[in-house]
Design a protein. Structure first.
Length: 91
């Protein structure tokens, strides 16, 4: 089953910025996003459920500082990418 991916405005803006300014990071994020479509709970980037996310919100490492934060909606077979930069707003 392949999940569709939706993006928040913030995540979309970050990915567009990386596409222009940091192609290597964009390529790595794209590989993780493709993996999320196939396996939202396992795979690349050390996926882990976030505390307080009610088993819906997950995080995957892109770099030591940056994470992809996303919600999984099994009933709609979709994933919402909430954030693609920073982690716990610590930048």
């Amino acid at each position: 089953m392949i999940y569709s991916i939706e993006y928040s405005k913030a995540a979309d803006k970050t990915l567009k910025k990386w596409k222009k300014s940091n192609p290597r990071l964009f390529k790595k994020a794209t590989a993780i996003l493709m993996d999320i479509m196939q396996h939202p709970r396992t795979g690349l980037g050390h996926p882990e459920p976030l505390v307080g996310g009610k088993d819906v919100t997950y995080s995957r490492h892109i770099t030591a500082e940056d994470r992809i934060i996303y919600d999984i909606y099994d009933d709609r077979i979709s994933v919402l990418i909430i954030q693609a930069e920073e982690h716990y707003n610590d930048k």
